[in-house]
Design a binder for this molecule. Structure first.
Ligand code: O2Y
Ligand code: MN
Length: 594
């Protein structure tokens, strides 16, 4: 066990508060995992999948109201609302602690309290950080074991050092003799972060980012706070290594809003001969300066919690290969022979399924068989295209940062920003149409700066200033170049123009060439766009007029964007750095003189 007094005291206090029947310290062993999955099968939470089709894998269905991150129930409680910013829900920390203490009191009655020590990042890396999650959900334990490095070895490196405490309860205590349900949860939900003591309190949900506290709560919200204090970046970004046919390799990090194809991009199978993409991470990047003044990134995670619908051998063959074994599937559909299925997995739908709600489903049904936010949890080590350096404790050097959004119009397929400050400005006004990854309306255009809107643990105006400050922390030439991509531009019939997926390598190739200072660009009001014919579209068969449409930049839309951004910046109570306001005016002038 541990001698860390803070940890022992906290576990003791939380046990007093939550009143569990037992306490189990997770050692992270295979034997423990086998026992827990067996327990989950016995409880009815898990169905063991066909051993021949998906060895070592399990299927779970959540309660139909507990299917996604609950942004409206997620809080960051700084002492003042201003510190949390308009991007976070806020309550006075003392008031919030009171609410939570009342909810957590006795919340684990009749259940086991699991203590999970976990490392975000390779154990012992200078860039990695440790957390401890207390949970009453065995489902969370087995998912955390795939998504993070957990157990005894983490306690060994923790010693007496700092860790982030995270308390999680599904909020479904059991009275003596009361039968459990397959997916215990509570209609009252709170996902709360306290920056002062760097703690996380999550109540009422057993799903995904609400409950696996290492992911969004720690690796983004709390880590973004630590990153500001310590001078680094905790970002909602995939990381890939790209190798050219000449054998030159560069690493790229890319921020895309939730459920916008990050996992597909992270495992991209190049449609261009000779180009290769290898995966470092698919969701989160922690970037720190190396001794050479460049930014080095690690993936703090250990597995993928990917969106299942739409994932197929055509769209992401490497994800399909990864999830063939030792995986957990949540809210997909179940086949008659105990395998899994989801929309898009095969061209033909199976004749008969059990849908994500546990009902019989046939293809004539009007609703999908899997939930749009159905997920697979699968070990990164099983991905056939993991980069040889994905666990390098020093991280990988980042040459380019890409911001991406879902925009059916206005934003071209790709452009490069003029410099770091313009890049930060562009990140700060990143916008996207919403998806099913969070509860709420789908398809609505909203600002999602740096794809961090739901994940930045403090006032985003201060976050923008933090990004701007990087220009002064190193020689600007050491910093990654910043690009924007938009795979989602639509034609007048509402159809996507760009084929996406493996063809996105063509855009990556253009970026790669820009990084080598190739004169393949022309200047537009938004930034440097590909010179006509400099984007490799060989063999794609896209008519010239459609290709031009991908790069159409419209004056009216530009001026409308200016007004949208002004309104957005004004929600920050005069806190937006002057440099960004200046960039906005410069953008307006470029559009006016079009
Ligand atoms: O927590 C969920 O329900 C899914 S959210 C998620 C999962 C994996 C990666 N990213 C996200 C996200 O919302 O950005
Ligand atoms: Mn994400």
């Amino acid at each position: 066990m541990t001698k860390n007094q803070k940890l022992l005291k906290w576990v003791h206090e939380m046990a007093e508060l939550c009143q569990p029947e037992n306490i189990h310290w997770c050692d992270g062993s295979e034997e423990e995992y086998q026992k827990m999955t067996q327990l989950l099968v016995e409880q009815g939470t898990f169905i063991k999948l066909n051993e021949k089709k998906k060895p070592g894998s399990f299927y779970a269905r959540s309660e139909p109201s507990d299917v996604a991150r609950v942004e409206d129930r997620t809080y960051v409680c700084w002492p003042t609302k201003e510190e949390s910013g308009p991007n976070n829900n806020w309550k006075d920390p003392k008031e919030m602690k009171e609410i939570l203490l009342n909810l957590f009191r006795g919340s684990m009655r009749g259940r086991t309290m699991y203590v999970i020590p976990y490392s975000m990042g390779p154990i012992g890396s200078e860039i990695s950080k440790i957390g401890v999650e207390i949970t009453d959900s065995p489902y969370v334990v087995v998912n955390m074991r795939i998504m993070t490095r957990i157990g005894k070895k983490v306690l060994e490196v923790l010693g007496d050092d700092f860790f982030v405490p995270g308390l999680h309860s599904v909020g479904y205590p059991l009275n003596p003799g009361q039968k459990d349900v397959p997916w215990p949860c509570n209609h009252t939900k709170y996902i709360v972060h306290f920056p002062e003591d760097k703690s996380i309190w999550s109540y009422g949900s057993g799903y995904g980012g609400n409950a696996l506290l290492g992911k969004k709560c720690y690796a983004l919200r709390i880590a973004s706070i630590l990153a500001r204090e310590e001078g680094w970046l905790a970002e909602h970004m995939l990381i890939v290594g790209v190798t050219s046919p000449e054998g030159e390799k560069k690493y790229i990090a890319a921020a895309f809003p939730s459920a916008s194809g990050k996992t597909n991009f992270a495992m991209l199978e190049s449609a261009l001969p000779g180009w290769k993409v290898e995966t470092v991470g698919d969701d989160i990047a922690w970037m720190k300066f190396g001794s050479d003044g460049r930014l080095y990134a690690i993936n703090p995670e250990y597995g993928f919690f990917g969106v299942a619908p739409g994932t197929s051998l055509k769209t992401n063959p490497n994800a399909i290969l990864t999830l063939q074994k030792n995986s957990i599937f949540t809210n997909v559909a179940l086949t008659e022979d105990l395998d899994v299925w989801w929309e898009g997995l095969t061209d033909e739908k199976p004749n008969k399924l059990i849908n994500w709600k546990g009902e019989e489903w046939t293809p004539d049904k009007n609703e999908p068989a899997s939930h749009p936010n159905a997920r697979f949890t699968t070990p990164a080590s099983q991905c056939p295209v993991m980069d040889p350096d994905w666990e390098n404790p020093n991280g990988v050097p980042i040459s380019a940062i890409i911001f991406g959004g879902r925009r059916s119009s206005f934003i071209p397929l790709v452009f490069q920003t003029f410099d770091w400050t313009h890049g930060v400005f562009t990140g700060s006004i990143q916008s996207s149409e919403t998806t099913a990854a969070a509860a709420g309306e789908v398809g609505k255009l909203r600002f999602d700066p740096f794809a961090m809107l739901p994940f930045c643990g403090y006032n985003m105006a201060d976050y923008f200033a933090h990004w701007l400050s990087f220009k002064h922390r190193t020689d600007e030439n050491n910093l990654p170049k910043i690009f924007v991509v938009n795979w989602f531009r639509k034609d007048e019939n509402g159809k996507f123009i760009w084929p996406g997926y493996g063809e996105n390598i063509r855009v990556v190739k253009w970026i790669f060439e820009r990084l080598n200072d190739k004169e393949n660009y022309e200047t537009s009001p938004l930034g440097f766009i590909p010179k006509f014919n400099s984007l490799d579209v060989s063999g794609l068969n896209i008519p010239e007029n459609r290709l031009r449409k991908l790069f159409e930049i419209n004056k009216e839309e530009g001026l409308t964007e200016y007004e949208r951004v002004k309104e957005f910046y004004n929600t920050f109570n005069n806190k937006i750095p002057k440099e960004l306001w200046d960039e906005l005016e410069k953008m307006k002038m470029r559009f006016e003189s079009m």
